[in-house]
Design a protein around this ligand. Structure first.
Ligand code: GLU
Length: 398
């Protein structure tokens, strides 16, 4: 069948491709330790499942308003106040089919043909492709491991120019786990203030998964003058182990949210009614399950760092949050597997999947080709077994 030229602009999601490959191997009876999937291994808390069951019994089986029920939008407003001390009206919020579709609608609503959008790298694989689908041009600003994967104010200033229409900030970051401090956010904000035509997309999906000390204040708390051109994007997926429920949300100026709502209305209609009820409970109910989950991720982070420390030549920046580690594995590139040097991160991943039965994601599509991403959203036992297998496989290489 003849496909539109648009299909050539995007490539399959590298993260989802690894998840699919793990599922394929497992279906053939091959046991794989999955360090690829970026989703919590915890189950959705019972109180949230119960809310969904109640909603279903009460007949939440029909369309809701496109941008979500009053109940879930009020829960979003309350969360933004409680967690971020930000004031939003219900009309300035919407729920979406996962955080991903909030980003998609925001890009479609804000950016057009040729608009430049500054994308600090390493970045989550889908930003670039979704920007391209909107006609925008990602302007990649590299923040290497040597600076903790964090863009400096000077680098942001260097990346912005008269053609800039947007910037994307994601902290803690997928894939690096790097998180900006308040001082760093403040200095980025000081640059952004001078670019009034630049929209700011703040992806807070990992905001609760923060390990060392207090979570920094929100960018908009530090720089409220940016509020009228910022879209805050978040989701219940990571915070409440609800990836499969597909509920994200956005908050921002009412005109932008209305445009995003119109786009959503023509694409998906409302997100699933039952999942909205569950998300309302997730956001507004007791938050007791969070602290133990974050503590467990923190322990795993420490385990992972210790194990990478044992792999000769592999260097890993200490992640401050999320559940990813993003080591530089270029020291392994000269090692020989199947008669030729490993050569690049994709082949390192291929080697580890074939010989250690461990799945990782290559750094290429995160714009960091010397790195691989390890998700430690898996048990400490799996982490230990996986690293044993990695060490065993590497020991066989010349
Ligand atoms: N955000 C997760 C990841 O990076 C989920 C998969 C995806 O949508 O990319 O693995």
């Amino acid at each position: 069948m003849r496909l539109s030229p648009r299909t050539k602009l995007v490539k399959p999601s590298a993260t989802l491709a690894v998840t699919t490959e793990v599922a394929r191997l497992r279906a053939t009876g091959i046991e794989v330790i999955d360090f690829g999937a970026g989703e919590p291994d915890f189950d959705t808390p019972q109180r949230i499942k119960d809310a969904a069951t109640r909603a279903l019994a009460a007949g939440a089986t029909r369309y809701t308003p496109v941008v979500g029920t009053r109940q879930v939008r009020e829960a979003v407003v309350a969360k933004l106040k409680r967690v971020n001390d930000l004031d939003y009206a219900v009309e300035e919020t919407m729920v979406t089919c996962g955080g991903k579709h909030a980003l998609y609608s925001a890009f479609q609503a804000l950016f057009g043909e040729g608009d430049e959008v500054v994308l600090p790298a390493p970045f989550w694989v889908s930003y670039a492709d979704m920007l391209v689908l909107a006609g925008a041009k990602p302007k990649i600003a590299h923040a290497p491991a040597s600076q903790g994967f964090k863009l400096t104010a000077q680098q942001l200033a260097d990346a912005l120019d008269a053609r800039s229409r947007g910037v994307i900030l994601n902290s803690p970051s997928n894939p690096t786990g790097a998180a900006y401090s308040e001082r760093e956010l403040q200095s980025l904000a000081e640059v952004l203030v001078s670019y009034p035509d630049v929209a700011i997309i703040v992806d807070d999906v990992y905001e609760m998964l923060y390990f060392d000390g207090d979570r920094p204040a929100h960018l908009l708390k530090l720089a409220p003058e940016l509020r009228d051109r910022t879209i805050v994007v978040n989701s219940v997926s990571k915070t409440y182990a609800m990836t499969g429920w597909r509920i994200g949300y956005a908050a921002g100026p009412v005109d932008a949210l209305a445009a995003m709502g119109t786009i959503q209305g023509q694409c998906t209609s409302n997100p699933t009614a039952i999942a909205q009820a569950a998300a309302a409970e997730a956001l507004a109910g007791p938050q007791d399950e969070l602290a133990p989950m974050v503590e467990e991720f923190g322990w795993r982070r420490d385990d992972v760092l210790a194990r990478f420390g044992r792999l000769a030549g592999v260097r890993c920046v200490k992640p401050a949050g999320a559940f990813y580690a993003f080591p530089d594995v270029s020291a392994l590139f000269p090692r020989v597997w199947r008669d030729r040097p490993l050569g690049n991160a994709s082949r390192v991943c291929e080697f580890l999947l074939a010989e250690a039965r461990v799945a990782l994601v290559a750094g290429d599509d995160f714009a960091a080709p010397n790195h691989v991403r390890l998700s430690y959203a898996t048990s400490r036992e799996n982490l230990s077994r996986g690293f044993d297998a990695i060490e065993g496989a590497l020991a066989t290489l010349r």
